[in-house]
Design a protein around this ligand. Sequence first.
Ligand code: CUA
Length: 311
Amino acid sequence: MLDGYPVFTPHSEYARSIASLSFGVLWTALGIFLLVAGLVTYATYKFKAKPGEKTPKPVYGNTKLEIAYTLSFVVILGTISVFSIRAMEASDPPTGEHPDDLLIIAHQWWWEVRYPSAGIITANEIHIPIHHPEQLGFESADVIHDFWVPELGRKMDIIPGIENKSWIAADNPGTYFGACAEYCGQEHAWMRIRVVAQTPEAFSAWEQAQLRVPATPENGEAMEGAKYFQELSCASCHTIRGTDAQARIGPDLTHVASRETLAAGRLDNTPANLAKWLLEPDLVKPGCRMPNLHLPRQQQDSLVAYLETLQ
Ligand code: CUA
């Protein structure tokens, strides 16, 4: 019944503990609602005034009944508290005993994703091997954000100057969707996350591919594009390893073509969409930090050709 609602379709032990609690509270609340609504409906019909009847004598209090329902609230809320505390412990095991597996840096309005031990830097798309809990460290580059991938783990606020950590894991290969869950400005809605959970073999193949330094094209349009990338202001915000572009204001583009989306989920990553993004970032994602460079058509085509080589 609740398939398709990520909170209720957990794919990790952390998310499962949260989903069980949600279901438990939901069914308990539904039971109480049905009981109360049922009793009200029953009383409405049973004690309806009949023609000629006098106003009945009011009943003032019933000590036994009052003690019974007060105790039932204590029992119900006490039980929910016990299960809540258990779910909190299960979904949020102790962190900080070993270094973070991933460092997530939230920016207005995209996610920087770093794998400190491997040295990989990517954006908006997190790859993890299945059955391998990953400790996430969070940093904010600007305002408060919130990381949430409901199928894989708990929500975590990302607050400037505060070091928060949490865990995610996935039982099955697949792509799991998440989003920033704290209003962080104009493009908050387009601050999407995707977690690609892979078999260990597929994950290490991805890792190897990400670690490669892409070859700079030596002819054709792509070569022109590589030149424009350095000459225009692209290189003052982005990094492409193996080139002079080493800035960290925008996403690392070393393997931009290997990612599924552009602009934190705003567009599917296709050459046509990349062209659109380069040409009118201010229309595609109003308020975003990517400037409109008013690129002439030919520069735009060359840049697309170059960026598409960054697999
Ligand atoms: Cu970042 Cu909302």
